[in-house]
Design a protein around this ligand. Structure first.
Ligand code: AMP
Length: 426
């Protein structure tokens, strides 16, 4: 009996649970805490994902052969360390390695030491405002100011205005804008070019390409409106040539893993590399220590090799089995609640059309912000509610199929972008 425990409750974890359940080697998937969509894939256990003792106790109770941790919060909280100490194989980095996402200053230091191409930068602490202003003056005209710590994806200011950049520095370093997370800040030169997300499976110093994707961060069509957690994604990405991908694996991922090991923070899990394809070649914007959401929802359906095998190998500190991806493209459309971002105006509206959408060929509907009423009715209960994905022979076919399925689904106030993947079609 092989049981896999998936930790988390979003669309990313739903996609991981769904992919793991397809493995012939997996008998049972348990989700902690999971969501109503994940309940159709495996049993859900209502524990706190960020409580190391509770996750270890559950892993022991279900005798998990593998624990897969989806979000960054449990990783930063040391859930992977607690599981390793208890002798459980875990996909997801240690707290020490999770610093790659938890501190942008540390991450930039790893990149520079490892010789990885990235934007020129300097780090400043709360009492270094004047030095920060002086560094801004040395930059060529596109200024980027970032909080060192996690700021729910909102801690990055990109501006052509020196005045605005100085204001950001002042607000960050004073603690006014993001509290402690901003009292150390990283200032970078702005880069330009198309952005790409590359996902590498890592087992210590070994790595294999999982896939590439592009997401859509702005709320509305044409990349307008406020930033969100992500309103859609697609894969593959036409401008990510084999050469570009190979270059990123050789010049960014492998040197980073070697440097992490050298620092005693060996990396096991997925490395999510945010890149800008500049005129001088690909440069790393940042690393995340987990799959992207919604990128994961479009990567897992394209995988033709066994997800359980890959994640188990990473947990064991090696990467051996070839990762294979079908020729099909996949497009995912995030359906969000009225008022998001920042937050849903109301919760608890019943969602109609889920079964009709899921019955379409090549379609998978992944849940994020849903809840189930006592009678089993699924309701919208969060900001980002669903990711509707479809595979197809081309990006265009996948996109048309994803929108046909999204159009089956409704609840009061639902909104979603109409232009996901358009960059791949123009
Ligand atoms: P991050 O949280 O570091 O991924 O930054 C969020 C977004 O800010 C990125 O996806 C980019 O669009 C933008 N960004 C971050 N760093 C830079 C940079 N050095 N130059 C231009 N844009 C950037």
């Amino acid at each position: 009996m092989t049981t896999v425990l998936v930790v988390g409750s979003g669309g990313r974890e739903h996609a991981l649970a769904w992919g793991l359940a397809r493995s012939p080697l997996v008998d049972e998937v348990v989700c902690a805490p999971g969501n109503p969509g994940m309940a159709a894939v495996g049993r859900c256990e209502p524990i706190s994902a960020t409580d190391p003792a509770a996750v270890v106790a559950l892993a022991e109770r279900v005798d998990a052969a593998l624990v897969v941790i989806g979000p960054e919060d449990p990783l930063v909280a040391g859930v992977a360390d607690a599981l390793v100490a208890a002798g459980r194989p875990v996909f997801g980095p240690s707290r020490a390695a999770a610093r790659l996402e938890g501190s942008k200053a540390w991450m930039k230091d790893v990149l520079v030491t490892a010789g990885v191409p990235t934007a020129r930068h300097a780090t400043f602490s709360a009492d270094e405002e004047q030095a920060a202003f002086a560094f801004l003056e040395t930059l060529p005209g596109l200024y980027v100011v970032k909080t060192d710590g996690l700021a729910a994806g909102k801690g990055v200011r990109v501006t052509e205005s020196l005045t605005e950049a100085r204001d950001a520095v002042r607000e960050y370093l004073s603690g006014e804008a993001f509290g402690e997370a901003g009292r150390t800040c990283v200032i970078e030169e702005g880069m330009t070019g198309p952005e790409l997300s590359l996902f590498a499976l890592c087992g210590g110093t070994e790595a294999a390409l999982f896939s590439v994707a592009q997401d859509h961060k702005r709320a509305f069509d044409g990349d307008t409106g406020p930033n969100t957690g992500g309103m859609g994604a697609y894969s593959p990405v036409p401008f990510a040539s084999d050469e570009v991908v190979a270059e990123v694996m050789e010049r960014a991922i492998r040197p980073t893993l070697a440097e992490m090991a050298r620092r005693g923070a060996e990396y096991r899990g997925v490395l999510f590399c945010g890149l800008m394809l500049t005129d001088e070649g690909p440069k790393v914007i940042e690393y995340n220590i987990r799959f992207g959401d919604p990128e994961c929802q479009v990567l897992v359906p394209r995988l033709t090799s066994d997800l359980y095998v890959h994640l188990s190998e990473c947990a064991a500190g090696r990467v051996e089995s070839p990762v294979t991806t079908g020729n099909d493209a996949c497009v995912g459309v995030v359906m969000a609640a009225e008022g998001y971002p920042p937050a849903p105006l109301h919760r608890g509206d019943p969602i109609s059309g889920l079964d009709a959408a899921a019955a379409r060929s090549g379609v998978a509907v992944f849940h994020s912000g849903t809840a189930a009423g006592p009678d089993g009715t699924v309701t919208a209960s969060g900001g980002r509610v669903l990711t509707v994905t479809a595979t197809g022979a081309t990006v265009r076919a996948a996109r048309d199929a994803a929108y046909a399925a999204a159009d089956d689904i409704s609840w009061p106030g639902v909104h979603y972008r109409r232009d996901i993947a358009s960059q791949a079609l123009s």
